[in-house]
Write a protein of this length. Sequence first.
Length: 81
Amino acid sequence: MVGVGGFLLDWLLLGDRGDFLYSDALAGSVAGLLTLIALTYYNKSQRSMIARLRVISEVNHHVRNALSAVLYSVELSENES
């Protein structure tokens, strides 16, 4: 999109000269490469966050089960008194 936009803008401003095509192709390639790097980083970050949330969810489940046992134990000991 950046390369095509640059090409059209050069064509409108400079007319029918063909020497501006290389700079537009380079600009489009750089923009595409930067987009690819940003999306790769974003996907890696998302996968890492999902993995951390899964671990937190699993730990939360175990803690909840352990606290339930403690709560029932305390309740039973209070009822016996």
